[in-house]
Design a protein around this ligand. Sequence first.
Ligand code: PLP
Length: 496
Amino acid sequence: MFYRSTRNSGVNVTSAQAIAQGISQDGGLFVPSEIPSVSLDEIKALGEKTYAERALFVFSKFLTDYTEAEIRYCVDGAYNTKNFDTDNIAELAHLFDGTYMLELWHGPTCAFKDMALQILPYLLTTATKKINLNKKVVILVATSGDTGKAALEGFKDVEGTEILVFYPEDGVSAMQKKQMTTQEGENVGVCAIKGNFDDAQNGVKAIFTNPEIAGKLADNGMMFSSANSINWGRLAPQIIYYVSSYAQLVADGEIELGDKINIVVPTGNFGNILAGYYAKHMGVPVNKLICASNANNVLTDFIKTGIYDRNRPFHTTISPSMDILISSNLERLLYHLCGSDDAQIREWFGKLAETGRYEVTDDVKKALADEFYAGCCNDDQTKACIKEIYDEYSYTCDTHTAVAVKVYKDYVSATGDKTKTVIASTASPYKFSGSVLSAVGKDTDCDEFGLVDELAEVSNIPVPASLAALKDKEIRFSKVIEKTAMKNYVFEALGI
Ligand SMILES: *Cc1c(COP(=O)(O)O)cnc(C)c1O
């Protein structure tokens, strides 16, 4: 199995190279040359196994240049009860009849990003050893809140790495900010920028693909890599939990082997739902992939019309990890849907960079409509949904997950589809306590830790230990810079 660039199908690298490099030199994203298949019997057999063993199975299909011992080292280091507060790693909870919450937030930072970022440092350091890089790897991260903290926790004090995180000054929740500004570790840096997530992501992409900057790093024995979902090492781990949850539903007798399920994903950068697409095309029986957006509904319009148009106001919402107008991973999907036509991708993404808009072909529009359903909701609808779930099912969910539930309910009303459904639950409600409490009618004006105590009384979910511990931690990073100053910050932080 090799990896190609979405902007140059002639690129041919191993998974270790793709993971070490993060993004292709031409600005394209690495994609597998083919999607490996799994049989229903193989999926059924996974039902008897631990999450780490399921991960080993899926990784061995994609990371064919890693030995079994190397993959085992990675999965055992990441998916254990030192890092996750449940044996199952990803929990599957019943919401209502035939509807299951795939709780992906039992890791150290309480968001689904941990599922990939606990293992990425293992995959990456193993990759650099395999290809004899002998360079310090500098991880640059743009975050809308959750990736930054999850990447910092994954990479802190990992030998041979340095990690620098940029977040939008006013674009993250109080708890998210606290998580990042108090980060421990000798190889970490955190910096706020005056701008939104797209500014941070564009700044990071520009630094990555600037040959002069790359040269300067190389002169100092360093190289960049990425912990954003543009890195294949972020995508691959996310495929596992869709395969795993299907195997679990079969093992639990909730579905028959071969029955189709819907997958609903609250979406921002399109990484999580794209992992669902890969799981489907490996052989997991999936009916619809349901893409849920907040008021930043560029993807809803795109999936419905085939026109991607980012020329619209940017909304700051109560589901900040989805406040994105340029969803990077869509590029991977379109590459697959247009038959690996790299010239076509260069044309569309050239237009996106120049005019903020492109329109796909009729064939791609049809493929989009076959595979996906899309919907969106605003903050008031999100809050109403949190309250409804809380009142009707005694389940407390976070703001992002609530967007998914609301869009799913709209989907059922519109289609009458009764297919059993897995909803990706992407964050612990404790990360967004203020909005969740206000949704269930318990507005208070205490600080983020007072809110946590209050939410503990209202929900029946134990307070995650990692969040409670933040209270006594010192603020280490308080720098705020212009978005044009990111390059200088990087040089300064690296001392070059
Ligand atoms: C990152 C994030 C999302 C969006 O996921 P993408 O892979 O970027 O589409 C949704 N919810 C939460 C809580 C997140 O942290």
